[in-house]
Design a protein around this ligand. Structure first.
Ligand code: ADP
Ligand code: MG
Length: 701
C-alpha cells in the first residue's frame, strides 16, 4: 500500500551580495520562527513553512543538508524515490544552495558524499548506480553530461515510471566519479547559459541518481530508487506578458497551483510543459519530496520573492503517494529462462507441436532479450559506449579540455609547486650561464697573458721588475678564476638540488597520473613530454660536462706552457706544486669521462624503460583486441548453432504441415467417396420403399 507523505518545504533567504551591499540596497525579507515575512507595498506578507533559514545567521549549506536532507538519504536507501528541489527566481541563490562553492559545498555534493559513506557501511549489499543530468529550457531538453544533438523523448515505463529516451545514463563506481560528473554537467550548464540571453531565468536542471541494490548472494529481488536533485526556475507572477513567453516556467506554476493552490482539485496539467512531465513523480507522485524556496533579500527582487514563496506554499499542502520500488529484473530473467526451457522441452517432445506454443516461445525469447538489456552488465556496457561518445561530443563543443581539467584539480597544488621550481631553475640557469661566460673570459685572458709572457721571455729583453709584474698579473688572474669557478660550482650544486626536487615532484605527479586509470591518451602524452624533458636535460648536462672538460684541458695546457716558460724564474718548490696540480688534473680527466659514460648509460636505461612501458601498453591493446575477436567469434558460433537449430525446427514444422495437408486431402477424398456411396444407398432405399408402396417423410436432405 502506498504511504501518503506531504511535500516538505523550507524557506531559504540568501545574504545580500557584495554588490547589493555596496549599493546599499534595501532588504525586505525577515524570518521569524517558521515564517518568512516580506515587506511589499507598505504591507507585510507572511508565509509559513516547515522551517526557514534566514540570511542573518551564517549557516552553511552542509548544515542545511544535515538537518533536512540526510533523513531523505535513508529513505532512498530503503528503495523510495527522493526529490530535493531548489526553487527560486534568477539570482535567488538556487545554484549556491544546490551546488555551492569549494568552501561551502552545496546540497548535491553533500548528498553524493553522504551516499557513498552510507554505501560503504553496507557491505552485505551490492549496488548499481547510474546518473544522468538533464537541462530543460522551455520545451527543449539537453543532455548536460553528453551534449549531443539527438532527439530526446519523455516516456513512461510500466514498472520504472517516467524516463527520458536518449538521455545518457552513466554508470558510476565511486564518490569521485559521481561528483566529477555532477561538476562537469553543472559547468556545461553554466556555459550554455551564456549562449542564450536570459536563459538562466528559465532554465531548469535535474541531476538524477538511480540506485539499485541487492543483498549479496541471496535474494533475486532488489530495491530501486530514483533521486532527483533539481534546480527549478520560477518567474514573474502569472498573467504578465513576460510570463507568456516562458512556457517552461508557467507550466511549473500551473502544476503547483493545481496541486495545492487556487486551482486545487482540478486535473493537474503535467503534460503542458516538459519540466512538469519530467518531475511528475516528484510533484504529487511516487517520491519523498523536499523543496527549498530560495529567495533574495533585496527590495528589487520582492516580486520574485513573493511569487516564489506563494507557489512554494502551494506545494506544501501536496500529498505524494510513495512506496518502495522493487527491482525484479533478476527474478524476471530467471523465471523467463525457466519458462522457455519448459516450453522448449514440450515442443521437442511432440512431433506435432501446437502453433500457439511456438508463438509463445518466440514471445518469451523476445521478453528475455528485453529483460537482459536492463541487467547491470548490459547497462555497464552501454555506459562505456556512452563514455566514448561523450568525449567526442564534449570535444566537438570545445569543452573537453575544459571539462577534463577538473580532473586535474587534485594536483593543482602540485602543478603550482612545479611551476615555482621551474622558475627558480630558470633564474639559476641564467645566472649559471652568465658566470660561465665570465669564467670563459677570464680563462681566455689568462691564456693570452701566458702566451704574451712566453713571447716576452723568448725576446730575451728580460728585466726583473717586468717579469715580476707579469707573473703577479698572471697569478692574480688565476686567483680570480679560482673564485669565479667556485661560485660557478655552487650554482651548479644548487641546480642539481633543484633538479632532484623536480624529479621528486614529477614522480609524485606520475603516481597520481597512474591512479587516473582509463585515460591512456593523456598518460601517453604526459609520458612523452616527460621523456623529451629527460632527454633534453641529459643532453644539456653532457654538453655542459664536455664544455667543462674542454676548459680544464685548455687550462691544463696553458699551465704546462706557463710551467715551461716559468721554470727559470720559479723555485723548485713551485715547480713541484705545479706538477702536483697537473697530476691532479690528469687524474680528474678519467673521472669526468667516467661521469659522462655513466650519464650515457642512464640515458640508455631510461630509453629502455620507456620502450618497455610502450611494449606493455601495446601488448595490452593487442590482448584486448584478441579478447574482442574471441568474444565476437564465440557469438558468431553461437549464432550459427542457433540458426541451424532454427532451420531444422522450421524444416520439421514445414514437413509436418505438408504431411498434414496430404493426409487431410486424402482423408477429404475418402470422405467424399463415403458420402457419395451413402447418397447412393439412400437413393436405392428410397426406390425400394416407393416400390413397396410406402410413403416417405418429407425430404430434409
Ligand atoms: P541562482 O542560481 O538562483 O540564479 P545564484 O546561486 O547564482 O542564484 O546566486 C546569486 C548570487 O548570490 C551569487 O553571486 C551567489 O554567490 C550569491 N549567493 C547565493 N546564496 C548565497 C549564500 N548562501 N551565501 C553567500 N552568497 C550567496
Ligand atoms: Mg543558477
Amino acid at each position: 500500500m502506498p504511504e501518503s507523505v506531504q511535500i516538505k518545504v523550507y524557506g531559504r533567504c540568501r545574504p545580500p551580495t557584495q554588490e547589493e551591499a555596496d549599493k546599499g540596497m534595501k532588504t525586505v525579507v525577515k524570518c521569524s520562527g517558521d515564517k518568512m515575512l516580506v515587506e511589499s507595498g507598505g504591507k507585510e506578507h507572511s508565509f509559513s513553512f516547515d522551517g526557514v533559514y534566514s540570511s542573518d545567521v551564517k549557516v552553511k549549506n552542509e548544515q542545511i543538508y544535515k538537518e533536512r536532507c540526510e533523513p531523505l538519504l535513508q529513505r532512498a536507501l530503503e528503495g523510495f524515490n527522493v526529490s530535493i528541489i531548489g526553487l527560486g527566481a534568477a539570482s535567488a541563490g538556487k545554484t549556491y544552495l544546490m551546488s555551492g562553492t569549494e568552501s561551502d559545498p552545496g546540497i548535491a555534493p553533500c548528498f553524493i558524499r553522504n551516499l557513498y559513506q552510507a554505501i560503504g557501511e553496507r557491505s552485505n549489499k551490492e549496488f548499481f548506480i547510474t546518473v544522468s543530468y538533464l537541462e530543460v529550457l522551455d520545451l527543449k531538453m539537453s543532455d548536460l553530461l553528453n551534449p549531443h544533438v539527438n532527439q530526446m523523448k519523455i516516456r513512461h515505463h510500466p514498472h520504472k515510471g517516467i524516463f527520458i529516451e536518449g538521455l545518457s545514463e552513466i554508470v558510476v563506481h565511486n564518490w569521485e566519479e559521481m561528483n566529477q560528473l555532477y561538476e562537469q554537467g553543472t559547468r556545461v550548464k553554466k556555459l550554455g547559459a551564456k549562449d542564450i540571453i536570459s536563459s538562466q531565468a528559465r532554465a531548469h536542471s535535474v541531476f538524477t541518481i538511480t540506485i539499485e541494490q541487492r543483498t549479496r548472494q541471496s535474494s533475486k529481488v532488489g530495491v530501486r530508487s530514483v533521486i532527483c536533485l533539481a534546480d527549478l526556475a520560477i518567474g514573474e507572477p502569472a498573467g504578465t506578458s513576460v510570463n507568456e513567453a516562458i512556457p517552461g516556467v508557467k507550466g511549473l506554476m500551473n502544476v503547483l497551483s493545481a496541486l495545492g493552490g487556487p486551482k486545487k482539485g482540478s486535473p493537474v496539467p503535467y503534460r503542458d510543459s516538459t519540466i512538469t512531465r519530467v518531475l511528475q513523480d516528484s510533484l504529487g507522485g511516487n517520491s519523498v519530496t523536499l523543496i527549498f524556496a530560495v529567495v533574495s533579500p533585496v527590495d528589487k527582487a520582492h516580486k520574485d520573492t513573493l511569487n516564489t514563496l506563494q507557489y512554494a506554499s502551494y506545494a506544501k499542502s501536496t500529498k505524494n503517494h510513495v512506496k518502495a520500488n522493487l527491482d525484479e529484473t533478476a527474478e524476471i530473467i530467471v523465471d523467463l529462462r525457466d519458462e522457455i526451457a519448459k516450453l522448449r522441452d514440450k515442443i521437442a517432445s511432440t512431433s506435432t507441436p501446437s502453433r500457439d506454443d511456438v508463438h509463445k516461445l518466440e514471445d518469451l525469447v523476445q521478453d528475455l532479450q528485453i529483460a537482459k538489456m536492463s541487467t547491470w552488465a548490459e547497462r555497464e556496457k552501454l555506459s562505456k559506449k556512452v563514455e566514448e561518445e561523450r568525449k567526442v561530443n564534449l570535444a566537438n563543443k570545445g569543452l573537453l579540455d575544459w571539462v577534463t581539467d577538473s580532473m586535474k584539480k587534485g594536483d593543482k597544488e602540485l602543478q603550482e609547486k612545479m611551476l615555482i621550481l621551474q622558475k627558480e631553475k630558470d633564474v639559476l640557469t641564467s645566472q649559471y650561464s652568465e658566470r660561465r661566460k665570465t669564467v670563459d673570459g677570464l680563462n681566455e685572458e689568462l691564456q693570452k697573458k701566458i702566451a704574451e709572457y712566453s713571447k716576452y721571455q723568448d725576446s730575451g729583453k728580460l728585466t726583473d721588475s717586468e717579469t715580476k709584474k707579469r707573473v703577479t698579473a698572471i697569478h692574480e688572474l688565476k686567483e680570480k678564476l679560482k673564485k669565479e669557478s667556485e661560485v660557478l660550482k655552487q650554482i651548479k650544486s644548487q641546480l642539481k638540488d633543484l633538479a632532484e626536487k623536480q624529479k621528486e615532484e614529477r614522480d609524485e605527479a606520475k603516481s597520481q597520473m597512474s591512479a587516473m586509470k582509463g585515460n591512456t591518451e593523456l598518460r601517453q602524452q604526459v609520458e612523452k613530454e616527460e621523456r623529451l624533458k629527460i632527454e633534453k636535460e641529459n643532453r644539456a648536462m653532457i654538453a655542459d660536462e664536455m664544455e667543462k672538460m674542454k676548459t680544464e684541458l685548455e687550462t691544463e695546457k696553458s699551465h704546462i706552457q706557463l710551467k715551461l716558460t716559468e721554470n727559470k724564474t720559479h723555485s723548485t718548490q713551485e715547480v713541484a706544486q705545479l706538477e702536483i696540480k697537473l697530476a691532479e688534473m690528469k687524474l680528474e680527466k678519467p673521472v669526468t669521462t667516467m661521469k659522462i659514460q655513466l650519464l650515457e648509460q642512464e640515458k640508455d636505461r631510461l630509453i629502455r624503460e620507456l620502450d618497455d612501458v610502450y611494449q606493455v601498453h601495446k601488448d595490452e591493446v593487442e590482448y584486448q583486441r584478441l579478447r574482442h575477436l574471441e568474444t565476437f567469434r564465440a557469438y558468431r558460433e553461437m549464432f550459427e548453432e542457433q540458426k541451424v537449430a532454427l532451420d531444422q525446427r522450421y524444416r520439421q514444422l514445414l514437413e509436418d504441415a505438408i504431411q498434414d495437408a496430404v493426409f487431410l486431402s486424402s482423408r477429404n477424398s475418402e470422405l467424399q467417396e463415403e458420402n457419395q456411396s451413402l447418397r447412393q444407398q439412400n437413393a436405392e432405399m428410397r426406390d425400394s420403399i416407393t416400390k413397396l408402396g410406402g410413403r416417405l417423410p418429407s425430404q430434409t436432405i
